[in-house]
Design a protein. Structure first.
Length: 134
């Protein structure tokens, strides 16, 4: 199975921007989860996590995005980080066949700090990382 970034939707409500993506990943949820929820995993495709307490209300600091809290945590399914100045980033994993996972991603933020193209590039890096990983 190969991965793909299938859908990117951008919405604006006043000064709030919301990006949604559907990303099909070439590995099962159990393999993808650490890429979204550990400092090593996030650094391999997205950004360094200087602090990441992996539980609801845990502290999180994502380099270049800011610090905040883990606002949703359902092991191997949902991780959501709400950052002061960086908005809300939500990863929601679902099974996709026998050997894959579908990632439903949402980034809600204010200002012009992120773009659909930038996230698409990050997800392509995630797919590549998962394809070459163990």
């Amino acid at each position: 199975m190969t991965g793909s970034v299938e859908q990117g939707i951008s919405q604006t409500h006043g000064n709030t921007h919301i990006l949604h993506f559907l990303v099909r990943l070439p590995r099962p949820m159990e393999t993808v989860w650490p890429a979204l929820t550990t400092p090593e995993g996030l650094a391999s495709w997205f950004t360094s996590a200087d602090v990441l307490e992996p539980h609801l209300h845990g502290a999180v600091t994502l380099r270049d995005l800011g610090s905040g809290r883990v606002t949703a945590w359902d092991v191997e399914r949902v991780a959501e980080y709400t950052l002061e100045g960086g908005g809300r980033i939500r990863f929601h994993l679902e099974r996709d066949g026998d050997e894959g996972a579908a990632l439903r991603f949402t980034h809600e933020f204010q200002g012009e700090t992120e773009s659909e193209e930038r996230w698409r590039s990050r997800f392509e890096q995630l797919i590549e990382t998962l394809q070459t990983g163990p």
